[in-house]
Design a protein around this ligand. Structure first.
Ligand code: TTP
Ligand code: MG
Length: 430
């Protein structure tokens, strides 16, 4: 064995192409999306930084804030010591506003909304998407691109494809992502983390062992801090050390997991990317800067949201069978109303008409946020997998109808609001 080809490994042409997409300082990037002045500034998202609160932890910190030593899960008091609030620095002569940061509270609803837009793009870029968290997913794109090298350049086609995915997220959603490309999930995961932010790291099948070898054991997928410490006690510092350790010894120390970590350190990770679902709705929400009861302003916003959602459905060749609105009244009360249609349509005027009609119930209410959603989507099969510049002739004849089936046995596990025909439903937007 030459040390690079693993037993049972497929030939180059058959090697899978797995993308691991992980958003950069995700919550902070979301905050920058609605507050562009935060671009390039140290931003900390967390709880408990308001005077008198005192408790809480950092959810994430922008890369500028990380320079000061602020990091996820840190006590907010420590973060404030390392990086004072800009408001405090302006009032306190002993603090320098140039070395201060912007603190924002966690707004999960908003991050989920941004996440949903990213996931829509990911589902368009791959037939198999495994959503792991709000900011992370694996894509199997073996059928969409290849490990072949671009003629006259030392790049693979897979690299160009990953760049295309990253650029679409940046252009259409406006947040930065890092992507790792590899023939297996755990190497792709390590690769996405390797050159953050805005990283794009490609590990070709023949390079997996060499790429992993110098990686710190703590960064091997599946190794937590406790295991890392134990491994170090055994003299195992890097993935390379782990890959050349005695598997029997690892097993006696860590059980089955020892063998698994040994395999991961060698890039022998056969796990298939198992899908977690397809997008089954398209929605857009928008908040008023100040809550309003003005019926015409509310209608105006709903018209704009309806047009936007209908336009997105059309670009994605999606037909919809349900049209809904979300109305958030102060402080944070969420009301949703939806109406099902007799069959799937692509009809922007109908989206507007139904959305306005559903909104009319809230004419007298003070509202801080509005949303419009189309759901029970079905896709025009012929155009589903078309991606500008990335033709895939083989995928045109699949039936991509989704969300069909009787209530209670939806295809999509992430579905959380099931509308029965003719019934308005109350639920969460997603
Ligand atoms: P991560 O992907 O771990 O971190 P990140 O996206 O902020 O930064 P990176 O560029 O290193 O990927 O987590 C995604 C989001 O999950 C993060 O923005 C905030 C949240 N989170 C917490 O709330 N608490 C935590 O301890 C961690 C690690 C993350
Ligand atoms: Mg992230």
């Amino acid at each position: 064995m030459d040390g690079r080809t693993l037993p049972g490994a497929r030939s180059n042409a058959e090697e899978r192409i797995v993308l691991h997409v992980d958003m950069d300082c995700f919550y902070a990037s979301c905050e920058r999306l609605r507050e562009p002045a935060l671009e390039g500034e140290p931003v900390v998202v967390g709880m408990g930084y308001e005077p008198g609160e005192g408790h809480g932890a950092v959810a994430t910190a922008s890369y500028e804030a990380r320079e000061y030593g602020v990091e996820s899960a840190q006590a907010i008091s420590r973060a404030l010591e390392a990086l004072p609030r800009i408001e405090d620095a302006r009032e306190d002569d002993s603090l320098d506003p140039a070395d201060a940061g912007h603190y924002r509270p966690v707004d999960m609803d908003f991050y989920k909304e941004v996440s949903a837009q990213i996931k829509e793009i990911l589902h368009e870029c791959a037939d198999v998407v495994r959503e792991v968290s709000v900011d992370e997913a694996y894509l199997d794109v073996t059928d969409r691109t290849s490990w072949e090298t671009v003629e006259g350049a030392d790049r693979t086609l897979a690299e160009g494809y990953a760049r295309h995915v990253r650029d679409r997220i940046a252009r259409e959603v406006g947040v930065p992502a890092s992507i790792g490309v590899a023939p297996d999930m755990s190497t792709a995961k390590v690769a996405s983390d390797y050159d953050k932010p805005e990283g794009l790291v490609v590990v070709r099948p023949s390079e997996v062992r060499d790429f992993l070898a110098p990686i710190d054991v703590a960064d091997v997928h599946g190794v937590g801090p406790v295991t890392a410490r134990e491994l170090r006690e055994m003299g195992i510092e890097t993935a390379g050390d782990l890959a050349s350790a005695d598997p029997a010894e690892l097993r006696s120390r860590f059980g089955e997991r020892g063998r698994e970590l040994y395999d991961r350190a060698r890039g022998a990770d056969d796990r298939e990317v198992t899908p977690t679902g397809r997008p089954k709705s398209l929605s857009r929400e928008s908040a008023f800067t100040e809550a309003t009861a003005d019926a015409e302003r509310k209608r105006e916003k709903v018209r704009a949201l309806a047009a936007d959602v209908a336009e997105r459905a059309r670009t994605r060749d999606a037909l919809y069978r349900t049209i809904g609105v979300k109305v958030v009244t102060p402080p944070f009360d969420v009301h949703t109303r939806a109406r099902s249609l007799s069959g799937p349509v692509d009809d922007p005027e109908l989206v507007e008409r139904v959305a306005l009609d559903l909104l009319s119930e809230f004419d007298d209410e003070t509202v801080r946020k509005l949303g419009v959603r189309v759901s029970k989507l079905s896709f025009d099969a012929a155009d589903q997998s078309r991606l500008d510049g990335w033709g895939d002739e083989s995928a045109g004849d699949e039936d991509e109808t989704i969300g069909e089936g009787t209530d209670g046995e939806e295809v999509i596990p992430t579905d959380r609001d099931r509308h029965r025909d003719g019934q308005a439903s109350l639920g969460e937007f997603g």
